[in-house]
Design a protein around this ligand. Structure first.
Ligand SMILES: [Zn+2]
Length: 208
C-alpha cells in the first residue's frame, strides 16, 4: 500500500521534516488507519492547534487521540469521542438520553433559557451537558458518565444530577463499575437551586 505523507499530517505552519517524523511516530504507535477504515469525516474539516497553530484534519487529530502531533497540546475531547476511544470496538449504548432539561423558572438572560437549550441541542447534537453510556472495556462491562463543555459550558443542571443518580442505580443493579469524566463549568444559573436539588440524592447513592 502506498502512502503520500502529505495526506496524513497536513499542516499550514510546519515543514516537511516534521511531517514525516509525525507520520513515522504514528506508524510506530500502530495507529495508522487505512483510508477505507476511517469513519466518514466531512471534507474540508480542519482544526488549528491553539498553542502552536499547526493545522490538521479532524480525522487525523482523532487518530492521534486529540493530541497535537507537533506540540502535544491536548485538545478538548467530547463525550462521544471519549466513548469511541474507551469502549471496545467503539461499541456502546447510550443510557437515559430521554432525560431533558425543563425551564422551571421561565428564565431569561441574554436570551430565554428554552431558546438557549434548543440552540445547544442543535449545535452539539447532545441531550445535555452529560452523556451516559454502557459498553465493554477490555471485555469487561463499564458505564461511563462524561460531561461536555460544549453544551452550555458543561454546566450542572438538574439533568446531570438525575443522570448520575440513574447511572449509579444502574451500576448497583448490574454490579458494573462506573467511571465519571468530569469537566463542568459549575452550576447552571438558569435553573437556580433546581440545578442543585439532585445533589443530595446523588451523594446518597454515591456513599451507599
Ligand atoms: Zn500544537
Amino acid at each position: 500500500m502506498e502512502f503520500n505523507q502529505d495526506d496524513f499530517i497536513p499542516g499550514s505552519e510546519t515543514n516537511k521534516e516534521e511531517h514525516s517524523s509525525s507520520w513515522f511516530r504514528r506508524v510506530r504507535k500502530g495507529i495508522l488507519t487505512s483510508t477505507s477504515e476511517k469513519k466518514d469525516t466531512p471534507e474540508g474539516l480542519w482544526i488549528k492547534c491553539p498553542q502552536c497553530k499547526f493545522t490538521t484534519t479532524v480525522q487525523d487529530l482523532k487518530e492521534n487521540l486529540y493530541v497535537c502531533p507537533q506540540c502535544t497540546y491536548h485538545h478538548r475531547i467530547g463525550s462521544e469521542d471519549y466513548f469511541d476511544i474507551l469502549f471496545d470496538n467503539q461499541e456502546y449504548q447510550e443510557l437515559f438520553s430521554q432525560v431533558k432539561s425543563v425551564d422551571y423558572l421561565g428564565f431569561q438572560d441574554m436570551k430565554p433559557y428554552k431558546k438557549r437549550l434548543q440552540e445547544a441541542y442543535d449545535k452539539t447534537g447532545l441531550h445535555d451537558s452529560i452523556s451516559v453510556a454502557a459498553g465493554k472495556v477490555g471485555e469487561k462491562d463499564l458505564v461511563i458518565c462524561c460531561m461536555d463543555f460544549n453544551f452550555i459550558g458543561g454546566s450542572l443542571g438538574s439533568v446531570m444530577g438525575e443522570k448520575i443518580s440513574r447511572a449509579c442505580d444502574y451500576c448497583l443493579q448490574h454490579r458494573v463499575p462506573l467511571m465519571i469524566i468530569s469537566k463542568s463549568g459549575g452550576a447552571r444559573m438558569m435553573e437556580s437551586a433546581f440545578s442543585l436539588m439532585r445533589f443530595r440524592h446523588t451523594l446518597y447513592i454515591a456513599v451507599y
